[in-house]
Design a protein around this ligand. Sequence first.
Ligand code: PLP
Length: 339
Amino acid sequence: MHLARFPRIFLAHLPTPLERLDRLSKELGGPEIWIKRDDCTGLSTGGNKTRKLEFLMAEALAQGADTVITQGATQSNHARQTAAFSAKLGLACHILLEDRTGSNDANYNTNGNVLLDHLHGAKTSRRAGGVDMAAEMEVLAERLRGEGRKPYIIPGGGSNPTGALGYVNCAFELVSQANDRGLVIDHIVTATGSAGTQAGLITGLKALNAGIPLLGIGVRAPKEKQEESVYALAQRTAEKLGCPGVVARSDVVADSSYVGAGYGIPREDTLEAIRMFAQLEGILLDPVYSGKGVAGLIDHVRKGRFTKGQRVVFLHTGGAAGLFGYDAAFAEGRKALEM
Ligand SMILES: *Cc1c(COP(=O)(O)O)cnc(C)c1O
């Protein structure tokens, strides 16, 4: 298991901190809750896509690309980190933004991650919700090739076996931090969307024989579909790493009970989770991913699935830039605090 064999551009601020959340743990009265700060990877407000992009962008350069194409929802954190990484490498960046929420809110459409995409000089183009975004990227790539460019396509969320290597590395990093301080981890919890984070983590954890179960809190697809896509990517990632078959289907566990009305639409418990982290720990979550991930974590603690004496690590995947596209969701809380 030697990740140095894969091309990589070292840009993330690693290792990210592993911290104990004392006030949150006390408030919930259950397990000790720890946080792995992948919101602090350093690239344009950070987030989990930076680890994946270290491997993806190295592959783009190795293939002689001068342009990167990717896609995501309007408030995509992946798009913003790709735009920033492209700027750092001097590559052109084209982003296709899918309107998954149908929101007409001005901040949702131009502030937050969208503002940052443009600050980094990326070109954006909008697509209606539900269109085949992979096909749209191919059409754009063909057009750019016709103009003499050399595009490299990154799938949504950077989730393919190359991108997932970033989270194999995160599993090594986290287990090593826990070993160094004698911290026995009973469970890891994280938000799961395009699957690369959970797939990479579980592949790394299994390859290490760490014996730590991982729970993904879904943000879009139903449980069965989410688990299948994580499992499929984990299998391909394990093959790429040279340890085929190391992940069993039963190692892949997702809970999609906290999605609500759909992707990118926060529920009341999402907003509660965001407020709790902000007010008990001074840490920002986001309304699309980490807020739902923590809503799931809190619910599992309240239902006694994680108990006193255990240690649960929440992998914070970032996304706080998206808050500025979602200010309307917090309007009520604002009224209560304005004196
Ligand atoms: C993309 C993203 C996720 C989900 O990670 P996947 O690898 O797509 O499953 C979680 N949190 C944030 C903030 C993200 O931007």
